[in-house]
Design a protein around this ligand. Structure first.
Ligand code: FAD
Ligand code: DLZ
Ligand code: SF4
Length: 507
């Protein structure tokens, strides 16, 4: 039996289920740089460069390992530019008995592939993507019958299943979650090691020239390009994170500094999501560092929770709820994305910094994504479709399965509270406490109303007023609505008029 193995741009793992099922002495691997994938949204230039270079390096590694690889480069005149046509053409030239594919990460691509059984001239065999800790079926069983799908309970299941940071049935240290130790504001004089960077080799330089020519109208700076593009380099990023930054990761996980876009974060999402780095090796290495006495429990638990908790949970939720999840808009938000999300031209310093970082690095860390960019999108009532598209475009780690639940669920509360127990809405005081952004902003974070007041302050209360009907029965918002109810009419009018003027001038 002769197989054709299609490997997608986010399946760059040598232990991929489709490769494990194949025989390199007779089978052929197919990989392709496709306009359908670079163009379904106009990805950040760095994201395309990362994927094309990582794909080309991966193909080279497979060849060195004895595989036959049919690799279609973007500029090759024979490249068909969508998955279906590419596979049809490859079947004609290789005449396989069967096409083997590891199930794709996105619903959009799976829909396209579901039709292949009918239109291709060979059998099609889908294999589970077993690079995750929980299968989609396992998540479905966990979710069944639950009214609320809280990540914390799923996470505990994953701790039990993997045995990570466990002593028998109990969590090491007696607590499942050390988040309350993980909210330190940044302090002066923090020593933050620089991120791991790589000098582009010839393969990457060729890709950069291609991206420069073909995707000049896409968002973001292509240069400098210093991403890891091989599994060995991605492993180096992980190892340096564990040796140099994991120690402080927990404590300063929520902190933001204007001159430190990378803080103590791991910067591994890019590599986990395209397959260069495995989630299992990442959490195992972190746990080992804890057992070796190199890192404290709050740090390692926080890191492991992000991966076996949040990352697995959002994937499970995505496959459980798609395609309907994409249509949800609980607050019926309609406003268009303001231009500064692309240009960074805004006098709100926090937003200017977060958009500028995103443009430069195709990266912003979690709290920048959630409590600055996302908080603004929520409070300003931006339409979920536009916000989702933006997040999918701008971050090099963005794929719909992980982006959509974070944006529609965590940031916009568009699912009405399936993912989050209350909206992550906050006024300027939160940003001021967790960052150094406000001290040199044109707006005054302590002022609540008027032309110099921080817009987050009145937008926060205006959001709660606008959505009172949908939120005031939420037990976690009871105290906040009681505070609102104590405000006099004059104050409420000021909030509404400041918000109306501000939002009226957004374009
Ligand atoms: P670290 O902070 O060092 O965390 C380590 C790893 O934990 C990450 O690499 C990631 O794999 C995982 N992780 C942490 N938080 C989450 C989470 N909420 N959901 C899933 N995995 C998580 N992550 C993506 O991988 N792709 C996205 O497209 C994406 N979009 C996001 C959009 C919004 C609005 C928000 C609030 C979060 C989003 N996240 C996304 C989650 C998180 O912000 C990124 O995973 C993280 O910033 C990546 O940087 P890092 O590798 O330095 O992560
Ligand atoms: C994101 C992406 C991009 C930009 N380009 C390609 C590509 O040219 N070829 C490819 O196979 N995959 C690419 N990808 C990743 C796919 O979009 C991803 O595999 C699907 O979204 C399924 O998760
Ligand atoms: Fe952002 Fe307000 Fe602080 Fe300015 S004052 S940086 S707008 S939170």
């Amino acid at each position: 039996m002769k197989n054709l193995i299609l490997i997608l741009g986010d399946q760059l793992s040598h232990d991929l289920s489709s490769l494990k099922a194949a025989d390199k002495t007779v089978d052929t691997v197919l990989m392709a740089e496709l306009r359908s994938e670079t163009g379904y949204v106009k990805h950040h230039k760095k994201k395309i460069a990362l994927l094309f270079s990582a794909m080309r390096h991966f193909a080279e590694e497979l060849r060195a390992d004895g595989w036959q690889v049919d690799y279609r480069q973007f500029s090759d005149p024979n490249t068909q530019h969508d998955f279906t046509a590419t596979v049809q053409q490859a079947i004609l030239s290789h005449q396989p008995d069967q096409l083997i594919v590891t199930t794709p990460g996105e619903h959009r691509v799976l829909q396209e592939m579901m039709n292949w059984e009918n239109i291709l001239s060979c059998a099609v065999h889908f294999l589970e993507d077993d690079r995750f800790f929980a299968s989609t079926d396992e998540f479905e069983s966990w979710a069944e019958g639950r009214k609320q799908l809280r990540m914390e309970y799923f996470y505990r299941e994953m701790r039990r299943k993997t045995g990570l940071l466990m002593e028998g049935e109990q969590p090491i240290g007696g607590q499942w979650n050390y988040d309350s130790d993980n909210r330190k504001p940044p302090k002066q004089g923090l020593k933050i090691p620089p991120p791991t960077r790589f000098i582009p080799d010839q393969i990457t330089r060729d890709v950069l020239t291609l991206v420069e020519g073909e995707f000049a109208d896409h968002f973001g700076d292509l240069y400098p390009f210093d991403f890891a593009v091989t599994a060995a380099q991605a492993r180096q990023v992980l190892d340096e994170f564990i040796a140099q930054r994991l120690q402080q990761f927990g404590s300063y996980q929520d902190a933001m500094l204007a001159d430190e876009p990378f803080m103590f974060h791991a910067h591994i999402g890019f590599y986990l999501n395209c397959g260069l780095l495995s989630a299992k090796e990442s959490v195992n290495a972190a746990e080992q560092a804890y057992h070796n006495g190199q890192v404290p429990l709050n740090a390692v638990e926080g890191f492991i929770r992000q991966i076996i908790g949040w990352r697995e949970y959002v994937r499970g939720l995505y496959w459980l709820k798609m395609p309907d999840y994409k249509q949800l808009n609980y607050f019926q938000a309609t406003r268009s994305l303001p231009a500064f999300f692309w240009t960074a031209e805004t006098d709100m310093r926090c937003l200017n910094i977060c958009v500028s970082d995103t443009k430069k690095y195709a990266y912003a860390h979690h709290i920048q994504r959630l409590m600055v960019l996302g908080n603004f999108a929520l409070l300003a009532g931006l339409h979920p479709d536009e916000v989702n598209e933006w997040y999918l475009i701008v971050f090099a780690d963005a794929y719909e399965w992980v982006e959509l639940p974070n944006v529609s669920g965590m940031v916009l509360f568009a699912d009405g509270g399936l993912l989050a127990s209350k909206p992550y809405a906050a006024g300027g005081a939160y940003i001021d406490r967790m960052s150094d952004y406000c001290s040199s902003c044109r707006y005054k974070v302590k002022l609540k109303n008027g032309p110099d007041a921080c817009p987050f302050n009145y937008l926060y209360w205006d959001f709660l007023l606008r959505n009172r009907e949908k939120l005031n029965r939420n037990p976690r918002l009871g105290m906040i609505y009681r505070t609102l109810d104590k405000m006099d009419e004059e104050k409420l009018e000021l909030i509404k008029s400041d918000a109306a003027v501000f939002l009226g001038n957004l374009f």
